[in-house]
Unconditional design. Structure first.
Length: 85
């Protein structure tokens, strides 16, 4: 049995793109080709796990016209219904 990463790769059926899902984390991404979807998934999983990117600063939020006080310091559980699975 493999201890590697399990990925679900799906063609959208119209030939317009691919969706890649990391089964363990639930992180998903897409792209116009299989290769692009997988590359985007690598970036998304890296961001999710904190291996890539940098923390968002108050200055970043203010540059986007977002009040830093309205953003929690710690990640929150999403309340969107598609996260109920």
């Amino acid at each position: 049995m493999s201890s590697g990463q399990e990925i679900r790769l799906t063609n959208d059926g119209d030939g317009d793109g691919w969706t890649a899902v990391d089964v363990d984390t639930g992180v998903a991404s897409d792209g116009p080709t299989r290769e692009a979807a997988l590359e985007n998934l690598d970036d998304a999983v890296g961001l999710h796990q904190g291996d890539r990117g940098r923390p968002v600063t108050d200055a970043d939020l203010e540059a986007l016209d977002v009040d830093p006080e309205a953003v929690p310091d710690e990640p929150q559980v999403p309340d969107a219904p598609w996260f109920d699975n």
